[in-house]
Write a protein of this length. Sequence first.
Length: 255
Amino acid sequence: MEQRYKQGYFLHWIIGIGDLVILNSIFFFLYREMDISYTRSIAPNLREVILLLNFCYFFALYIVPIKLLEAVVFLDKIVQRSFSLITIQTFLFATCLIFLNVGETLSTFIVVYYIATILCFSIWRVLVRVFVKVYRRKGYGAKNIIIVGAGKNGMELYRVIKNDLSYGFNVLGFFDDNELLKDILPNYLGKIEDLEIFVSENEVDEIYCTIPGYNSEKISDLLSFAEKNMIRFYIIPEFYRNIKKSMILETMDLI
C-alpha cells in the first residue's frame, strides 16, 4: 500500500514539474519571438515577472488541484479544469503585473500567452491522462478493493471495473451472506462477517458496498470498521445496475 502511495506522489510531482515546464517554455518562447514593442517592459523586471508567473501557478493550483489520477476522469473535465486553472493563473499574473506598472503595456502579450497556454496545457494534461491509463492497464499502481454484496448491483460494478483495467482497481473478491455463491464465484471470499478478518490479514485500499439499503445496520458497522482502519468506503446506490455505462462512470467519478 505504501508503495502505491509513493507512486501516486511521484506521478503528482511529475505532472507538476511538467506543468511548470509548459508554462515557462511558452512564456520564454513568446518573449523571444514576439515583436519587442510587446515585450519591452518585461526586460527590466524579467526575474520578478518569472517569479510571479510561477507563484500564480501554485496559487491557482491550490484552487484547482490536479485530478488526473482518479479512477474516472473524462477528457472534457480535463480540458475544463485546464481552462479554469490557466484562467485563474493568468488573471492573477496580469493583476500582479499591473501592480508592477507594466501590465497595461503587456496586454497583447498576456492575451497571446493565455490562448497559447490553454491550448498547450490542455493537450499536455490529456496526454498525461492517456499515459496514466496505459500505466494502469499494465497493472501498476492498482488499488486493492473488495466488493460487499454479490447481487446484480455488485456484479455490474465488477463487470465495469474488469472491462477496463485503466480504472486502477484490483478486485480481490466478494463478500456476501449467500454461501451458495462460493460454488459460482471464483473470487468469493466469505460472508460479510468474515470481512474484518480478511482486511486485517490482507492489504485493502477501498471497500465498495453494494448491498441494499435496508441492511442499514450492516452498512453502518462496515463504515465504522473502515473508518477505524483508514480504508475508503463507498456505498453504491441500488439504481446503479439500471443505468447506462456512461452514467455509471459519472457515478464512480462522484462517489
